[in-house]
Design a protein around this ligand. Structure first.
Ligand code: RIB
Ligand code: CA
Length: 342
């Protein structure tokens, strides 16, 4: 055998070993302690099911609820419903802020329905709320947590975390990172021409979190509007033939209608579940570190997020801004995890 053939064989062996090692590394992400703050909400419920179906990677310490899509009593009931459907009733649900820091409350019943869950019937879940307020839970938990050990996923207005930061700024010591569903830059807004709902619903809270200095990642409309449902993708979920697949199929079929009409899209985004997918498989997403600011002035740009994508201002790059994602990879992940549920 010639020396060249021998060399080629060794090169191929090394390349194969490298691909196996990199695939293993990507799969073996470290298990995160996670608190999910949420305003369920159709896409919030999908996010909660995805997270609660992924215990190997996500140790969900608690779910904290906030007013947003609908009023606090219903977002809290819906969080308990998601927990029940996931068979994870050991995870405590703490109710938090019933209204934003400063502005008058707004809701999105026109999108999420009066009960905050379109397309399905709701009921009173068996297991109730944990005692105590979500803001107090955040303060107590983050204050005594090991340094930078807990990830927060914020899927609604950032009111709860902002209130905790104002009352106890030292809680940042326990925060590993905060991943926010919110904001828009290239995409434009979904509640005004420039503002995304979670930011518009409480921009002052978002500003408090931005100013806290915690490690921040935003999953904005810029990426969630690229990860869209389709008939095939929803049929893929319904074909699971389990309760979770039926629920998510029914919810999404109803939830995406408004966005499809408003934007003339072939499908609708599953905003909040994209945050959980980012935590589970970050390799599905891409973005860059940018300077992010949010407008809290009254007027047409109220709630607008400005991402300095080209570093024009040379200001501090305080946020990782996710701008793209693998849509089919997202739905394959969602479907495979929902298959684990009843
Ligand atoms: O703009 C989309 C966001 O607002 C999502 O989190 C949705 O649930 C609503 O809260
Ligand atoms: Ca939400």
């Amino acid at each position: 055998m010639s020396r060249f053939t021998l060399y080629l064989q060794q090169l191929l062996r090394s390349l194969m070993l490298l691909s196996v090692l990199s695939a293993t590394a990507a799969q073996a992400i470290e298990r995160r302690d996670l608190i999910i703050d949420t305003d369920p909400g159709a896409d919030d419920v999908v996010a909660l099911l995805l997270a609660l179906a992924s215990p190997e990677e996500l140790n969900v310490l608690a779910i904290t609820t906030v007013a947003g899509n609908v009023r606090l009593d219903k977002t809290s009931r819906n969080a308990r419903l998601a927990r029940e459907w996931a068979g994870r009733e050991e995870v405590p649900v703490y109710a938090g802020a019933p209204k934003p820091l400063v502005r008058t409350p707004i809701y999105a019943e026109n999108i999420h329905g009066q009960e905050g869950l379109p397309g399905i019937a709701v009921h009173e879940p068996v297991v109730g709320l944990a005692s105590g307020n979500a803001v107090d839970y955040l303060i107590q938990t983050l204050t005594k947590a090991p340094p930078h050990s807990i990830t927060l996923a914020l899927l609604g207005p950032e009111t709860n975390l902002a209130l905790a930061l104002v009352q106890a700024p030292e809680i940042t010591q326990g925060i590993k990172e905060v991943v926010v569903m919110g904001g828009a830059h290239f995409n434009g807004g979904n509640i005004t021409p420039v503002a995304e709902f979670n930011m518009f619903a409480d921009p002052h809270a978002a500003q408090v979190v931005l100013a806290s200095g915690v490690k921040l990642t935003y999953v904005p409309l810029d990426v969630t509007h690229k990860i869209l449902t389709s008939e095939l993708r929803i049929k893929q979920i319904e074909a699971l033939n389990n309760q979770a697949g039926k629920l998510v199929g029914d919810i999404l079929n109803e939830y995406v209608k408004a966005d499809m009409v408003q934007y003339g899209l072939p499908g609708g985004p599953v905003h909040d579940a994209s945050v959980i997918a980012y935590l589970l498989k970050p390799e599905l997403f891409s973005g860059r570190q940018v300077n992010l600011t949010i407008d809290t002035r009254e007027g047409v740009t109220f709630g607008q997020t400005v991402a300095d994508w080209y570093d024009t201002l040379k200001h501090d790059k305080n946020v990782f801004w996710v701008e793209n994602g693998d849509a089919q990879g997202f739905f394959d992940l969602l479907t495979s995890r929902l298959s684990r549920l009843k």
